[in-house]
Design a binder for this molecule. Structure first.
Ligand code: TXA
Ligand code: MG
Length: 316
């Protein structure tokens, strides 16, 4: 398949509206979209990413006015979160409207809904005929794409169109809160922090460690994620500070161990989050075999970064 590279939201929306799949920028990571009223495009999207069919997709809206078309019920907690954080890097899991096909929700009676803030994403979504189902625009299991070049590397020739935009401002996938049950639960940490969520909905809790007996709350969490080809090793700054490996790299906030070949010292957690996946991909391109990553504390944005690092290291 020929992939059209474009800067035009009109052209990208035309391709999506005629049943194509289109990668587009958002403030979290790039998304890979298909219209929810195009079943063949949804199937193709799973194939292009190599995504397991039991992992549901997030539905993207340009305005909360479209909510009623995808959700059957918006409870009080969800209303507060929408009022405070939409548009933005937050996904809510809600009871689904029958109009949303089960191919999008992987058979679940709930649907993940997000309204991105990035102006290019919003304009693109506004021009699309229907809400847009979109996972992150990377091959399944690899780090999410935070710039269009990464999307191109993974998906050129497999998708109809790549709408080029700026690098993602946040660089980590959206925070996910499940509002479909009696109590709201944080399923995935992101740039909207647990502390910020609890400031407006105090009863939100973090997802308890998954019980083996129960199906995972967020199906995607059971798959390996964010993994570069290099091994990811968590580094607390206290161990041996000289690393004798010419193909190792470091990313973190503290001063690095000596002897690494590639190095990214970030000024703050925001920069760490924005740079993490790009750095993973850069290290793979340069043949790095071990990436030492400083594990931040789990406060604020540190929770989302730690979560991605532990998954990349194969610890959770
Ligand atoms: O920031 C983001 O959320 C990006 C951009 C493109 O919006 N999208 C993204 O999609 O990260 P994806 O597919 O890579 O991750 C979506 C996660 C998966 O872990 C999936 O299992 C979970 O959301 N999810 C989707 N629908 C769900 C549902 N109904 N119930 C529970 N989890 C759901
Ligand atoms: Mg993903």
């Amino acid at each position: 398949m020929q992939t059209t590279l474009t800067d035009s939201v009109e052209e990208a929306a035309r391709i999506l509206n005629s049943g194509g799949i289109v990668a587009f920028p958002t403030e979290t990571v790039y998304g890979l979209g298909a219209g929810i009223s195009h079943p063949e495009a949804i199937r193709q999207l799973f194939r292009a990413k190599g995504r397991p069919m039991d992992n549901p997709l997030i539905v993207h809206l340009y305005s909360t006015q479209q909510l009623a078309a995808v959700a059957a019920e918006v409870n009080q907690a969800a209303k507060i979160l929408i009022e405070r954080f939409f548009p933005g890097p937050l996904t809510l899991v809600l009871k689904k409207n029958p109009a949303v096909p089960y191919s999008v929700t992987a058979g679940l009676d709930t649907v993940g809904v997000r309204c991105p803030q990035n102006p290019v994403a919003r304009e693109f979504l506004r021009l699309c005929d229907s809400p847009v189902a979109a996972p992150s625009a990377n091959l399944s299991g690899l780090p999410s794409s935070t710039n269009w070049e990464a999307v191109y590397e993974d998906l050129d020739g497999k998708i109809g169109c790549l709408l080029r935009g700026k690098p993602s401002a946040i660089g980590l996938e959206s925070t996910i809160v499940d509002c479909s049950g009696a109590k709201p639960v944080l399923l995935r940490a992101g740039a909207i922090t647990l502390e910020q969520l609890q400031a407006v909905v105090p009863e939100i809790t973090a997802n308890a460690a998954t019980n083996e007996q129960e199906p995972p709350k967020s199906p995607g969490l059971k798959y390996p994620h964010y993994t570069p080809k290099a091994s990811v090793v968590l580094w607390d700054g206290k161990e041996e500070s000289r690393i004798e490996n010419s193909s190792s790299a470091y990313i973190g906030l503290s001063s690095p161990p000596e002897g690494v070949a590639q190095l990214k010292v970030c000024l703050n957690l925001e920069e760490y989050g924005r740079e993490l996946f790009r750095f993973f991909r850069q290290c793979d391109a340069e043949g790095i075999s071990i990436i030492y990553c400083e594990l931040p504390s789990s406060r604020g944005l540190g929770r989302a970064i730690s979560d991605r690092l532990m998954r990349a290291a194969g610890i959770s």
